[in-house]
Design a protein around this ligand. Sequence first.
Ligand code: PMV
Length: 317
Amino acid sequence: MPIIFGKAPGKIILFGEHAVVHGRPAIAIPVSNVAATARIIPIIDAQPGIVHLEAPDIELNADLDSLPDDHPLATAVRMTLDAVSPGHIPSLRCQITSTIPISAGMGSGAAVTVATVRALSSFLGASLSDAEISDIAFNVEKIHHGTPSGIDNTVIAYQQPVYYQQHQPIQIIKVNRPTCWVIGDTGERVSTKTTVADVHARHQADPAGIDSIFDAIGEITDRARQALIDGDLDELGPLLNENQRLLRELGVSSEKLEILIRAAREAGAAGAKLSGGGRGGNMIALASQENSSNIETALWKAGAARVITTTLRETVP
Ligand code: PMV
């Protein structure tokens, strides 16, 4: 039996985070510069049915049977076994590694799940659809987040830019002109569960006020969709900046995010905002092909812990 690999990219949210948890649309794109990888290695000469999980990044080295019901990776594996329902499970080791920063708004949890489900299902001879894989990852995201919107598992499982709204069919965005995105990491780590809970509390305290912010973010996202298809920097830049202003009003920015966002704008970015849960993690800046390296340098100088540049390429017809 050969060794089988499964891979999944990271992601960034371009528009609509937090509002998407409350029913408004959001746009996210995959980032293939970083990835989670799962490797399934058959254990020869062992009794069948042993599933051993190894994920050094989270210090996991255990048999599936010994892990609790609410363990995210164990849940991913158990749900995959249920979905595939193999007649018998050959003994195997599942090794998971990732270059996606954890708790930084780049979807590391969802990517680890998607990579694991892909590798395990194909090892067992089944090919699950992107929708089935996304569904398993959504269930695992609930353990990480509590009330995920579903955007992370969707963009990562489909590996395409998506316009996403809860309880609506997934819309893949077909891009006509490329755009270049510089991603700056504050190095600060705050769990998305915390920021989502804080926004939820604000919403409960002032439903009308916070709903009007969510509505404004939803309108920005709708306008941004066509601008992204057209690669229209003049239109996208101000929309990013306005989305950032609204996220700041929601209380999910941070001093370090603001420093990096300002540095990117001063270095010529068309627009910049935080991306993901906020209060830390990553910010994104929209660059032209000409000024992306200036923006990278400015972010490093402003104290970024890591800088990644990714291009959203035009969709191949
Ligand atoms: O921090 P991330 O990458 O998990 O992104 C969170 C995005 C939120 O809208 C804040 C939460 C969600 O579930 O959509």
